[in-house]
Design a binder for this molecule. Structure first.
Ligand SMILES: Nc1nc2c(ncn2[C@@H]2O[C@H](COP(=O)(O)OP(=O)(O)OP(=O)(O)O)[C@@H](O)[C@H]2O)c(=O)[nH]1
Ligand SMILES: [Mg+2]
Length: 478
């Protein structure tokens, strides 16, 4: 065994002591499970957390959660969240939107937030007779998946990152304008803020354009989701072609310095303060959205997932290894969201695609000792199923209220999104080979508005397999 500096030893001692407290319910310390919820922008994080919490508070729709089925959950309640400096997840406002008379989807979120839900439980098995009820706190942490991509920057120099980014921009829509601007820039000239700002703005625009075209890997993560640091120097840089001998005080040197500041002051603290404390993780993936956008988006999603998930294999990254000191995420669930866009007969196919998409990442996580699973879920079911005759045969459709471009509610319609292939390789193969379009036709996707909720007492919002997801993530600790 190799010991690091004294601080590290002390730290790992506190951690293992904490580990004991977490597994054995002592009368003094209630166990806490930190559940991370992440995914790329619009993956469905906010809706997932809102519906999960609502369904843990009112559990009539959670039969697959074993503790609930066994009648051991005596009470569930929200508590003030324990971290004084972290924003609270705005559960009430989000639920308010979803359950209004004219329901609507929640707004985009830009930063990390947290909520504490506590459960009062009757002990199970041998302990059932002895001892009183116990409490488990579940701290749910919402953070953008884009931020995990930045882990890749930690070991990367400004030169390397620039080369990589410029190469990517050349292959993506919206990149040309920035590349022209970068080419026209003399980076050895003395630094001036307006020039840096213009470059950063144009670069950010290119990242947005790439993202809008369905590309997922658009680092640095904070450029798309700047949060409260928007406009600060650490977020005002851009990639420039390497300059052998950039003079001091040149634009190039200042860009390099800001890139390093971004790593040190933005990426590092996120991993230290939030990521390193997570016990269980759900990674939400809008696989249907990517399939709809086409082969390039699917291939990009696959690569992005592999990169995102390298964060869960800390052995490969010196920075993380140092930070985690052997602590690891115990379970990781990969969930394809918005499964209510498909008739249930297609769900196993979506799950198979999800498994294939994250295979590489899951193999690595397994290697690192985490238990992984894949599922197709809908946190908030917006459709009902309907089978309609079509050209002499039955077509399995879903029916819901369509949403107009401007976000207003449109007409009700039944919809068949196209048949996903049984073999995921039929999608992932062409995606990997750079096919311009799907061979077997199109996979359409509609935007449905949330359906008005009519809940009986004790019922949470309707969902698909949210109870199974909860069982996978939390069941063994309840
Ligand atoms: N039909 C259906 N649509 C969903 C579901 N969950 C999310 N959506 C759709 O996906 C959109 C994004 O969901 P959010 O929960 O806001 O996603 P997010 O990951 O929090 O997005 P950001 O905060 O922007 O990163 C919603 O506005 C809905 O249109 C679901 O269970 N069913
Ligand atoms: Mg959100």
């Amino acid at each position: 065994m190799v010991f690091g500096p004294i601080g590290q030893i002390a730290d790992s001692i506190t951690r293992s002591a904490q580990g004991v407290a977490d597994t054995v319910a002592t009368p003094f310390v209630d166990p806490v499970i930190r559940l991370g919820v992440t995914g790329l922008s619009r993956a469905g994080k906010t809706v997932f957390i809102t519906s999960l919490v609502a369904n843990l508070l009112d559990r009539a729709r959670m039969p697959q959660l074993v503790a609930e089925a066994e009648g051991r959950i005596l009470a569930a309640y929200l508590q003030p969240q324990p971290d004084d400096t972290m924003p609270r997840f705005d559960y009430e406002a989000n639920l308010g939107m979803l359950s209004a008379a004219t329901p609507r989807w929640p707004d985009n979120t830009r930063a990390v937030s947290q909520l504490r839900l506590s459960l009062k439980l009757r002990p199970k098995g041998l302990l059932a007779g002895i001892g009183g009820d116990r409490k488990v706190h579940i701290d749910i942490v919402d953070y953008p998946g884009e931020w995990l991509l930045d882990l890749g920057l930690m070991g990367k120099s400004y030169e390397d990152w620039s080369l990589e980014s410029l190469g990517r921009l050349a292959q993506r829509p919206g990149g040309a304008q920035y590349l022209d601007m970068a080419r026209a820039t003399n980076a050895s000239e003395r630094f001036a803020e307006p020039g840096a700002k213009a470059l950063a703005a144009s670069f950010t625009q290119a990242l947005h354009a790439a993202r809008d075209a369905g590309f997922s890997d658009c680092t640095p993560g904070r450029f798309l989701l700047p949060g409260e640091k928007e406009g600060s120097p650490a977020l005002t840089f851009a990639p420039l072609p390497p300059l052998g001998n950039a003079p001091r005080q040149s634009l190039w040197r200042e860009m390099q310095r800001r890139y390093e500041a971004y790593k040190r002051q933005i990426v590092g603290p996120f991993f230290r303060d939030h990521f390193s404390r997570i016990d269980r993780q759900v990674v939400l993936v809008d696989a249907l959205g990517a399939i709809h956008a086409g082969p390039a988006a699917v291939e990009d999603l696959r690569r992005t997932m592999a990169e995102i998930l390298s964060a869960f294999r800390p052995g490969g990254n010196a920075f993380l290894r140092q930070l985690l000191l052997g602590k690891r995420v115990e379970k990781i669930l990969f969930a394809a969201t918005k499964a209510d866009h498909l008739h249930h007969t297609q769900h196993p196919r979506l799950t198979a695609i999800m498994e294939a998409l994250t295979r590489e990442a899951r193999d690595r996580a397994r290697f690192a000792g985490a238990q992984t699973g894949a599922m197709s879920i809908a946190a908030l079911r917006a459709t009902v199923e309907q089978t309609l005759p079509h050209q002499g045969r039955d077509l399995d459709c879903v029916r819901g209220t369509l949403m107009n471009e401007d976000g207003t509610r449109g007409r009700a319609a039944a919809f068949h999104p196209g048949m996903l292939p049984e073999d995921p390789a039929r999608l992932l193969g062409p995606a990997r080979e750079g096919a311009p379009a799907w061979l077997d036709g199109d996979y359409a996707i509609m935007k449905f508005a949330p359906a008005p909720l009519t809940l009986k007492p004790g019922e949470g919002p309707p969902h698909i397999r949210l109870d199974r997801a909860a069982q996978f993530l939390l069941g063994d600790r309840l």
